[in-house]
Design a protein. Sequence first.
Length: 372
Amino acid sequence: MVTATPLSLEAVAGGSKLLFRQLFDAETGTFTYLLVDGPSGQGVLIDPVFEQHSRDLSLIQELGPTLVACLDTHAHADHVTGSWLMHQATGCAIGLAAAARADNVTLPLHHGDRVAFGSRHLDVRATPGHTDGCLTYVLDDQSMAFTGDALLVRGCGRCDFQQGNAATLYRSITEQILALPEQCLLYPGHDYTGRMVSSVAEERRYNARLGGQATERDFVGFMENMKLPHPHRIAQALPANLRSGRPREDQAIAPAWAPVQRSYAGLPELLPDWVAEHRHALTLLDVRSTEEFNGPDGRVPESLLIPLPELEQRLLEIPTDQPVVVLCHSGSRSALATQQLQKAGFSQVANLRGGLRCWSDEGYPLDGESPH
């Protein structure tokens, strides 16, 4: 099996001892956060989205951290968590407020708990008001806090359903979040206008609902008169999140045609060992030049040659009765060809990871290869 050379997580983090990534789901406006302790390689994922599981898992596989836990800030009403899927894929814990009383939670959390990952940890602060089970996760040095829906950038979570209470939320925000140091960066659970981060100092001053000179009375009056529409996905999202994102029995996911792995760039890939074992049931499409195909590097037996510059004009030559695996010398040109085939409507297509170089290194047969 081909495995990537492990990266130095401290190098990936730009020399810092903490690797931090902010991810976004445009469909629901949801932020997901990955934090990794560089020296130990242990990490946590906050508020994963079900539909973005393959993206998140690909990033974790490429960077190589050991995921300790998936943490949700609350039982969401607008999207389904990806925690259960990540637990199945990595064995990580599923962390959620015990007050949410959700199934499949392996790490029920309370105010004052700590979630450790390597030499770092997150302090758990209960911040109810949007829901009873809202939590804010504060990094050990109080340089960052992940506020979920309790406090948003220049806003906050609604209080008109799911045990919401405006007075409770006001106290949660002012006593547990805005009491942090002014320079503490605040990372919200959602935003729909491109605002990715704020700070305690900013929200104390500029948050129209509770900043400046606003009092609890002002805040409650604001929240009780918002008249917001009901979340349109709540009927599906909330029951699923009370199962920690585990699909129902009648929602079993159909098996994939192959053990396709998606890179963080979104490219479907297959490893040489699986392709070699199943190659007689596949169309192996070589997109190198004719000179390369007949040259000393060799070619996979029974592969179909269509050079990349000719691919769009010769799509009808590709059999449609079996999956297509695209290959080239290193996996670069074939990656572009894979994308072109996807756009052309090929649903069962993947790139050969590492190309002919990895195929040859793994000892699989080549026709026409010159002896070294």
